[in-house]
Design a protein around this ligand. Structure first.
Ligand SMILES: [Ca+2]
Ligand SMILES: [Ca+2]
Ligand SMILES: [Ca+2]
Ligand SMILES: [Ca+2]
Length: 370
């Protein structure tokens, strides 16, 4: 896929300058008027701002890849960062209701810093949301749906250098399960604290400080747009922060960012079909065995779980999907393997655990949050 320049760079810079100026005004104004709201201002941090001052090697571009590990679906995964360029922090707390020991709903409160130099906040309820059972088994804390929304629009060629934004073709809401200061925003923002404040997704009080951003890696749950059966071509990819306006902000009109992407959408495949012939069978097992331990490009060879290394986890994906076929290869005749054909691999699998762990330790320097 190819990444092209962001839409309306000049306009975005101008908008950001206005935001910063307004934020600065708010700070100076509030310093004279105790008890005024010092509101956050969320923006979708896009790659045009990443070129100055970003840590080396860190690219905020929504640089993505196609995830075909879910049978029959193609997910376009990308990273995104929500930055706070406002006059105060985004700070949220949650209160979870329970019935008979089962979590049922969660009420989320935005805590708005008050001017005057102290540490006084006023509470403002964002909303009450259902708390599905599967979440209880996951993180067990904040569950804020729709803090960001990812949209894909048609790119309409108009004869100019930049295509117009056409109809929306796909959309996905992000579910936040932790809001933290992942990285510092790379532009100056008045009131930015000298170091990060909201450091743990497990803390009771979550948020994004002035001049910081919450960064979401492309591999995180929900960090995608479903592009199954979408025609290849150019599209506008949009990150829309706070699309339902649940967070009170300095500026509610600067919450979208769009970049032009060239997508070569692959066909959906069945994970475990390691030789791409449309059927998950013993041939794929052989591919896995022959590449066991190899570090490979994400999703190639037998890397069915797309972690870049061939391990027992890929074997598990193959085993789970054994016998599945894609529609065009349904005529394939499958023979279910005898248990004996697989059992000897048990010893090998046990030896793999250390390798998997080591690999993960080396490749996980970034804080994981949702
Ligand atoms: Ca905003
Ligand atoms: Ca808002
Ligand atoms: Ca196959
Ligand atoms: Ca793998």
């Amino acid at each position: 896929m190819i990444w092209l320049p962001i839409r309306s760079d000049a306009a975005r810079w101008a908008a950001n300058c206005l935001v910063l100026a307004f934020a600065a005004l708010s700070v100076s104004f509030s310093s004279r008027c105790d008890g005024e709201d010092l509101l956050p201002d969320l923006i979708a941090w896009d790659h045009d701002l990443s070129e100055e001052g970003s840590p080396p090697g860190l690219d905020i571009v929504y640089g993505g890849y196609f995830d075909t590990t879910v049978a029959g679906r193609v997910l376009y995964r990308f990273r995104a960062a929500l930055a706070n360029v406002g006059a105060g922090p985004l700070q949220v707390v949650e209160q979870t209701a329970e019935e008979n020991g089962v979590k049922t709903t969660q009420t989320i409160t935005q805590q708005i810093l008050q001017s005057g130099g102290g540490n006084t906040f006023r509470d403002r309820t964002i909303g009450t949301f259902d708390y599905p059972p599967e979440v209880v088994n996951g993180f067990g804390h904040l569950r804020l749906p729709g803090l960001a929304q990812y949209n894909l629009y048609e790119a309409i060629v108009n004869g100019g250098a930049t295509p117009d934004v056409g109809s929306q073709v796909r959309s996905n809401d992000k579910l936040s399960m932790g809001i933290v200061d992942s990285i510092a925003y790379n532009q100056p923002v008045p009131g930015k604290p000298p170091s990060s404040v909201y450091d743990s997704a497990d803390a009771d009080v979550l948020g994004i400080s002035i001049g910081y951003a919450d960064l979401y890696g492309a591999g995180l749950p929900g960090q995608w747009i479903d592009v199954t059966d979408l025609a290849s071509g150019q599209y506008w990819l949009e990150v829309h922060v706070d699309p339902y306006d649940r967070v009170l902000e300095v500026d509610e009109l600067n919450n979208t960012s769009q970049i032009l992407v060239d997508l070569e959408v692959p066909v959906a495949k069945t994970p475990g079909d390691n030789n791409d012939d449309g059927v998950v069978d013993l041939v794929d097992y052989v591919v896995w065995r022959n590449t066991l331990g190899n570090v490979v490009a994400t999703g190639t060879d037998a890397d069915a779980n797309r972690d870049g290394i061939i391990t027992s986890l890929d074997y598990e994906v193959w085993k789970t999907n054994f016998g599945q076929t894609t529609p065009e290869s349904s005529e394939s005749q499958l023979q279910v393997p005898e248990p004996a054909a697989i059992v000897p691999m048990g010893a090998l699998l046990a030896g793999l655990v250390l390798r998997v762990t080591r690999s993960r330790d080396l490749s996980a320097p970034r804080r994981a949050q949702y």
